[in-house]
Design a protein around this ligand. Structure first.
Ligand SMILES: CC(C)(COP(=O)(O)OP(=O)(O)OC[C@H]1O[C@@H](n2cnc3c(N)ncnc32)[C@H](O)[C@@H]1OP(=O)(O)O)[C@@H](O)C(=O)NCCC(=O)NCCS
Length: 232
């Protein structure tokens, strides 16, 4: 099984390609994301471990979304306020049909499975921007309330970044979040997203204007100390 290190903001997370040797041994994150260099992207499941977690090792397997789990995902939203924070354009109540409607034809939806469980505890999407395929946005990141606050959201978002920069060769990945959604803001900042500005959007029957924060992360670049690629 191939293992590759990823270090960001003091959190040491290891990634294992569940399908076998990924060919990424010893490379840093930037090099692994060098699509033009022909480095093989991750395919299939990702297994992520947070070896620094307070409760010991957490493992998260990330797989493509399966429609049969839409009722499970719909059950994770606790109330209308939480649904509004997650998706102000989806009217309550959240139903499996509405979850299925989130998945865009050209987007990718994922599920996170904690440990060896066969029922997911996380959902999220990677979608291309309308005007630029190299710019992706993360949408609808949602965790089972039973699993929140244990670092799994951060592992999951790291997995989405891995897929976005590796499999989809993205140059930039963005998201927007309400400023008072503290767990989400904290989760995104901890995986390396930086605040790039405010956006104002009108939502709801009264079309009230809401301030949202735009967070972004750019494709990691090789560090100046990295050895040059072999010639020929
Ligand atoms: C956002 C969400 C997916 C995060 O999942 P999670 O598994 O709880 O996230 P993590 O445990 O990895 O990280 C959450 C961080 O917020 C912190 N946090 C949680 N509640 C907090 C609070 N009230 N005040 C301060 N920090 C808080 C946690 O301590 C953790 O930070 P740490 O690692 O520095 O300790 C989850 O909260 C969720 O599903 N929310 C509802 C849907 C939603 O709003 N999605 C985001 C849409 S943009």
């Amino acid at each position: 099984m191939g293992l590759a290190g990823w270090t960001s903001r003091g959190c040491n997370t290891q990634v294992a390609d569940a399908l076998g040797d990924s060919g990424h041994h010893g490379r840093d994150a930037a090099e692994r994301y060098d699509c033009a260099g022909g480095i093989r992207p991750y395919r299939g499941s990702l297994v992520r471990r947070n070896d620094n977690s307070a409760e010991g090792t957490h493992k998260l397997v990330i797989r493509r979304f399966q429609a049969r789990f839409a009722p499970v995902v719909a059950s994770w939203v606790r109330d209308d306020t939480e649904l509004f924070q997650l998706t102000p354009t989806t009217p309550p109540p959240l139903t499996p049909e509405k979850v299925l409607a989130w998945v865009r034809p050209n987007g990718r939806a994922y599920l996170g499975f904690a440990g060896s469980r066969d029922v997911p505890c996380l959902y999220g999407e990677l979608n291309p921007m309308r005007t630029n395929d190299e710019h992706l946005w993360i949408g609808h990141v949602l965790a089972d309330p039973q699993c929140r606050g244990r670092g799994l959201g951060q592992l999951f978002v790291r997995g989405l970044l891995e897929s976005g920069f590796g499999e989809f060769c993205a140059e930039r990945i963005s998201l927007i979040v309400f400023p008072d959604n503290i767990p989400a803001v904290r989760c995104y900042e901890r995986v390396g997203f930086t605040l790039r500005g405010d956006e104002h959007h009108r939502f709801g029957p009264q079309e009230r204007s809401h301030r949202m924060l735009r967070y972004e992360i750019d494709r990691p670049r090789p560090s100046a100390s990295a050895p040059p690629p072999p010639e020929g």
